[in-house]
Design a protein. Structure first.
Lengths: 283, 157
């Protein structure tokens, strides 16, 4: 007959440590001096990373070459890692007992705060790399500024993530240049990929009350402040890729307030399948 | 006098235990070689670790390995804290760690200000990048043009 293992003194010590850990350092509850704004801000940072990470993981095993396969799988890993930090932080700020998994797996479309760009379908490889360039360039510039955030946690995650994102941006730029300045076919595909994603750029720089509160507190940063630098950087890549800047279209906004395209629901139905079907599953 | 040396013995023993915990992905180097162990305080019963990469899948494995090693060595009541700040950098890899990486066949991260990557097999700097990413997030794939062997480069981070 199977029996339960005996409780040893070190198990008791471990249990005490776990209780203790809640009061110190990494696991300490966070007081939110800015009401819901910090929660919203952390959700935005986390959801952008999570949804793009999920999108990119869809390429695993399907990339044109094994090197690219490794690259995109690693991008996804970096992004899901960032999401774990930011969503875990959002949960602590909120103080309703939700951890990163709870926020990732038990929220529906309306509660997601990612920008619309990251939820766009992968399309072909060119469209994926166009989306990557547009997002990673933005994310790099954002983290560069959040390095000096008055919020220690956001500053330290940004310090780590900015080095990873620099790689993402560099590789995406290389591919945009290689495909743009490539064959007739690759050039057309890259032009199409950029044109598809172009209308989602303005949302990245759309400043609302959350951005203002966070920038005012020194926690966040005003996105409009680096729009010119962003345009210049994207422009330089396009020039090297011998591609014309796509025509500006009517911007589409709403992701930051939970108004998403139909694509996000499909992403969540796949990503959240297991916790939805087996809510008490543990692994 | 006796008490003071007992304290420092305990402190040295704690570091020795940690220096014996291998990195789960690159077992040739220890967590101390990699600079992942930021603090070890026998008197304060506390060890501080810092993760290498935000998405590093080994982060949890590392903490479990440290826990196991501490428990086995009688340090069951030592607490493990994780800190993100300051962010880990490849500059924290010790000179001994760099030598161990090289001996294992992984080119250590480039030192700031130098661009040449030396082949860990033959030492030639006639090397090229094959892929920006390798078997783990922290490595890139390179090839030596002199001995033609492919090798991993620990990326500067």
């Amino acid at each position: 007959m199977p029996s339960l293992p005996p409780i040893l003194p070190r198990d008791v010590a471990r249990a005490e440590r776990m209780t203790h850990a809640g009061e110190h350092g990494f696991d300490a509850p966070v007081v939110d001096p800015h009401g819901a704004a910090l929660f919203e801000y952390a959700l935005r940072l986390g959801d952008d990373a999570l949804i793009l990470g999920q999108r990119l993981s869809g390429w695993t095993g399907r990339c044109p070459t094994v090197e690219v396969d490794l690259s995109l799988a690693n991008f996804a890993l970096d992004l899901v890692g960032q999401a774990t930090h930011f969503l875990g932080y959002a949960g602590k700020v909120e103080r309703r007992g939700r951890d990163a998994d709870r926020l990732a797996y038990h929220r529906d479309v309306l509660d997601y705060r990612n920008c619309l760009l990251v939820e766009q379908p992968n399309g072909d490889f060119a469209r994926t790399m166009a989306r990557q360039l547009l997002f990673s360039t933005y994310q790099k510039m954002l983290f560069d500024r959040l390095l000096v955030s008055a919020d220690d946690f956001i500053a330290s995650v940004s310090a780590k993530a900015v080095k990873e994102v620099a790689y993402h941006e560099e590789l995406a730029a290389e591919w945009v240049i290689r495909l743009g300045d490539g064959t007739e076919e690759s050039r057309q595909r890259m032009a199409d990929g950029l044109a598809w994603n172009w209308r989602f750029i303005p949302e990245l720089f759309d400043r609302d009350d959350v951005d203002e509160a966070m920038a005012g507190a020194g926690t966040g940063t005003d996105p409009t402040a680096f729009r010119d630098a962003y345009d210049a950087r994207i422009g330089a890549v396009l020039t090297e890729a011998t591609l014309a800047r796509p025509a500006d279209q009517r911007p589409i906004l709403g992701g930051r307030r939970g108004h998403h395209s139909e694509h996000l629901g499909h992403i969540l139905s796949e990503m959240q399948f297991l916790p939805r079907a087996y809510p008490d599953a543990k692994w | 006098m006796v008490a003071a040396s007992a304290v420092s013995d305990e402190q040295a023993r704690l570091w020795a235990v940690l220096a014996d915990v291998p990195d789960p992905e690159i077992p040739a180097v220890s967590l101390v070689d990699l600079g992942i162990v930021r603090e070890a305080d026998a008197a304060g019963r506390r060890v501080v670790l810092t993760p290498t990469y935000t998405g590093c899948p080994a982060t949890f494995a590392i903490e479990s390995d440290v826990r196991r090693a501490l428990d086995a060595a009688g340090f069951g009541d030592v607490r493990i804290d994780t800190t993100l700040s300051p962010a880990w950098t490849t500059e924290w890899i010790t000179p001994a760690g760099r030598d161990k990486l090289r001996a294992y066949g992984i080119a250590p991260p480039r030192v700031a200000g130098t661009s040449a990557v030396a082949c860990p097999q033959c030492g030639s700097t006639d090397t090229v990048e094959i892929s920006r990413f390798g078997s783990t997030p922290c490595k890139a794939q390179w090839r030596c043009e002199a001995c033609l062997e492919p090798f991993d480069l620990f990326k500067c981070h």
